[in-house]
Design a protein around this ligand. Structure first.
Ligand code: GDP
Length: 329
């Protein structure tokens, strides 16, 4: 072959290789397109808390002949933040049903589900205006939860209004306004320092006039002035009744990361207002899943929702089965 033909062959081969490399790059799987901000995320139940792997550890406890498996089980549960009361209760329940050929993990799962009880979403009237009072200490995630809950209800075809009855904390009203915009809900607010009862009264009157289905009421959560705060919450509730509506649900928002301390604080609210359920927030963080069992056992309230992030669609109806799977799996 002449040198000219050689050069021509080399040029053609290089060109073919270059075309393949280029096509390979451009057709390689790219980063998925971000979801448009307005598109609702798939609403699934469950979510929150990573896998705790408790099942494998329990099985190895009962599989080995070392030491007292029951004491070690208690230790394991306490370390998983299950709390002393739920730990004692769980251990007693499992012990009562244990036989040498029983699967301890299966027993644990059954008793975890028994403590959690069935999944119970919020009980809405459907006919008249439903008022949901949202309480909890500052920073627990009340405002964020109200925004997310409003988005869930709006996606369900409800007309939703928000009442900014936390008139104490600076910027609480502005923050709620942002969530109202995101969720497609209306906001009723007054100036900072206004009487929370007056805001609640206005909000109920305006919600009734506009044919709103659900009114979500944000409340103050300054715990250092506990007595006046509890009196304020009771007054807000009375004013709502005076304005001609009933509080259908009073939800306590609890930060999962505060663990056993958060539960102790929450008790103040159970004494002041009739709570109907708990929303456990920040379950996407480092909190251990066991805290959920402690909440159930200590507060004896149904877990309605779990917060799994800071975005609008990061609220999930609580699903006991999938929670038990993650705790043990
Ligand atoms: P409030 O004072 O009780 O109204 O609490 P906020 O709603 O202002 O929330 C306090 C902080 O917690 C904010 O930074 C929120 O973004 C954050 N937050 C609320 N819920 C969640 C959640 O489920 N997961 C995470 N990671 N952060 C949350």
């Amino acid at each position: 072959m002449s040198p000219v033909v050689w050069i021509a062959v080399v040029v053609v081969v290089v060109a073919i290789v270059a075309v393949f490399v280029w096509r390979g790059r451009t057709s390689a799987p790219s980063v998925p397109a971000p979801r448009p901000a307005s598109a609702p995320a798939t609403i699934t139940s469950g979510g929150g808390f990573g896998s705790a792997g408790l099942g494998a550890r329990v099985r190895s406890l009962f599989g080995s002949a070392n030491g007292d498996a029951w004491a070690q089980l208690e230790d394991l549960l306490l370390k998983a933040d299950v709390g002393p009361r739920a730990t004692a209760d769980l251990t007693t329940r499992i012990r009562a049903r244990f036989t040498p050929d029983a699967d301890p993990v299966h027993l644990l799962r059954t008793e975890v589900l028994a403590i959690l009880g069935p999944s119970r979403p919020v009980d809405l009237d459907g006919g008249d205006l439903d008022v949901i009072l949202v309480v909890g200490v500052n920073g627990s995630g009340k405002t964020t939860t109200i925004g997310k809950l409003a988005a869930l209800l709006v996606a369900d075809g409800k007309r939703v209004s928000l009442a900014a009855a936390d008139t104490f904390r600076a910027a609480a009203g502005e923050q709620l306004e942002i969530w109202a915009d995101r969720a497609g809900a209306q906001l009723v607010a007054q100036d900072r320092g206004a009487d929370p009862g007056a805001v609640a009264f206005d909000a109920v009157t305006s919600a009734k006039a506009r044919g709103v289905d659900v009114l979500l009421v944000d409340t103050a959560g300054r715990l250092h002035t506990k007595q006046p705060l509890m009196a304020e919450l009771q007054k807000v509730k009375r004013v709502i009744a005076k304005a001609g509506a009933n509080v259908t649900e009073t939800l306590l928002v609890l930060d999962a990361q505060t663990g056993q301390n958060g539960i102790a604080q929450a008790r103040a609210f159970t004494e002041a207002v009739d709570l109907t359920g708990v929303v456990l927030t920040k379950t996407d963080g480092s909190a251990k899943g066991g805290v959920l069992l402690a909440v159930r056992e200590e507060l004896d309230l149904p877990i309605r929702f779990v917060g799994v992030g800071e975005e609008l669609h990061d609220l999930r109806p609580f699903d006991p089965e999938s929670f038990a799977d993650r705790l043990l799996g």
